[in-house]
Ligand binder design. Structure first.
Ligand SMILES: Nc1nc2c(ncn2[C@@H]2O[C@H](COP(=O)(O)OP(=O)(O)O)[C@@H](O)[C@H]2O)c(=O)[nH]1
Ligand SMILES: [Mg+2]
Ligand SMILES: [Zn+2]
Length: 263
């Protein structure tokens, strides 16, 4: 793959170089190791340094979260899969027993923060257009946002990442666990097309199952495709609209929080 492909106008959001990140060869999380490395060597070295810096800050975040006993969940998906709706419903079920806060990343608007703060949860909205319109949250952006939260009083910090199945998976933010939301309107093939995302996440939520009667979506094929890239990945089939299937998901989440916080 030619790194020059990444300099198309479609990638103008990375125009200042600072936000450029690898989408292929230099990725540290694996999955592209067989790609040719001959072309664009200099650029590859530059993006490596950006990622190394990210990993350093991610480790600082992780140490802080460990000190404070906060479980951190990074929620990722393509736009519109239902991250915010799932989180609204999840917060409604786990508050106030589990003390939560949310950091939500979007390129523009505070719509999701407005929706999520209706639960009474502290919510910090990050608009990445201030940082060049990044299509992911990097570790330093999370680190900077933490100043607005009292971690001592939290059990669970949820990060709703920018809607995108590609590069959010490449950036460690210091989280404990990653969840990908795939909705039944997106097609069964998406785990195969975006394998890194499904490989990097610990759990998948298959959302909008209330719509299955109206679609040709083959749920079993979707689950098989998920497990083709991530064998034995837990997949919770849910509807954030009707809350069907929420109990196993909530039990999973509560178990994770309890294991980290001892509460
Ligand atoms: N039918 C149905 N619609 C849903 C479900 N979850 C979310 N939606 C709708 O999908 C759209 C996008 O949801 P949102 O939570 O904003 O997705 P996000 O972009 O991933 O945060 C909204 O119109 C939601 O009402 C679901 O389980 N079933
Ligand atoms: Mg959202
Ligand atoms: Zn990005």
């Amino acid at each position: 793959m030619d790194m020059n492909n990444h300099r198309t106008p479609l990638h103008r959001h990375h125009k200042d170089g600072h936000h450029r990140h690898p989408h292929s060869q230099s990725h540290p999380r694996g999955g592209f190791d067989n790609a040719p490395r001959e072309s664009g060597t200099r650029e590859i070295q530059v993006v490596r340094r950006v990622l190394d810096a990210n990993d350093v800050i991610a480790e600082q975040n992780r140490t802080l979260f460990a000190d404070k006993g906060v479980f951190v969940l990074n929620v990722m998906s393509s736009p519109g899969s239902g991250k915010t709706t799932t989180l609204e419903q999840t917060l409604g079920e786990i508050l106030p027993e589990i003390r939560c806060a949310v950091i939500v990343g979007d390129i523009c608007t505070t719509n999701d923060a407005d929706r999520l703060s209706a639960s009474g949860t502290p919510v910090i909205q990050i608009n990445t257009d201030e940082f060049g319109g990044d299509c992911h949250l990097a570790a330093h952006v999370i680190g900077n946002a933490l100043g607005g939260l009292d971690l001592e009083t939290l059990d669970l910090l949820i990060v709703e990442n920018v809607g995108n199945l590609v590069c959010p998976a490449e950036f460690d933010i210091g989280e404990d666990s990653r969840v990908v939301v795939l909705s039944v309107t997106e097609g069964e093939d998406k785990p195969l097309k975006y394998p890194l995302m499904f490989r990097e996440c610990e759990t998948a939520l298959l959302n909008k199952i209330d719509l299955l009667p109206y679609l040709d979506f083959d749920k079993d094929l979707a689950v098989r495709n998920i497990r083709q890239v991530h064998p034995e990945m837990p997949v919770f089939e849910i509807s954030a609209k009707t809350m069907e299937g929420f109990t196993p998901w909530l039990e999973w989440l509560k178990g994770k929080v309890a294991a980290k916080t001892g509460r």
